[in-house]
Design a protein around this ligand. Sequence first.
Ligand code: SF4
Length: 309
Amino acid sequence: MRCIPVWNRCNNKCAMCSNPPDYHRFGKYDLASLKARINRIKAGETEIYLTGGEPSLSPALLPLLAHIRKRLPRARIMMDTNGRMFSYPAFAAGCAALGNIEFQVSLCGHTPAAHDGVTRTPGSFKQALAGIKNLLALKGAGIDVEVRFVLTRLSLGNLDGVYRLVSGSLQGIKSLVFIFMEMEGHAGVNLKSVGLTYGQARGPVEKFFSRLEGARGKAPFELKLYHFPLCTLPQGLWKYAWRTLPRKEVSFPAVCSRCAVKKYCLGVHKDYLRHFGAAGFVPLASAPRLKLSPNVCHPIIGVTGEKCP
Ligand code: SF4
């Protein structure tokens, strides 16, 4: 997968944004520069990941999408977005028209107060929700919508609310991803208000999945957990854990050398260790019986004999 930042500004001011506060001052984002970056990607590349800032704000986005499709006709395009621009139906349709594209839209809460409280941008919830609905209406062959919810101190209490909103009002999404926050950029600056430890997250995450698998049955979309080292989760939830952080951003504390599941574990974001230390990570003396997949990003698909949690 190739990751291409396409714009260095955003129309939200999310308290847990992992981009640095001076991000808008750097980089070249005109169409010619972006095309040159695409032209350097080898022809067989299968996934292009567009990020920002907010990529949908780039004035070059539509011609850039057309260029990607022409240059890399089989590549799946993924776009990390706050969803707001897609509340304009013609813009949503223009982006989806190229096909083979997945929109990964951030929801920061399940109500205007919860969402806009995190984005610090009044009206952002209304637009994000309208954007997701517009994209879902365009859903067709190769067009998918994923919803992403970042867990911070501000949002941890809204797991159930976000699930209810997504399963009730956003039918047709491909997946709902709960992402443990990264402690860098604005998030590092705002650590006192948004900072979260794995110890604080574990109980609410465990309770959410326990209630889900108990009362509600199977979710009507895929559920994923990103940025969780295995020992921060009950074994019953390991099947949801994905390894998605770049290798250069993670580290294994010294205790991990004694851990029986290290080869399946994401490791720990370096900035988390810098802020909170390694005390919460406990090596497993022996591995449970695991059901494994060949996907290195999602190596564990089950733990034999374990119930959730
Ligand atoms: S002890 Fe280290 S390797 Fe083992 S699960 Fe925890 S973070 Fe991963």
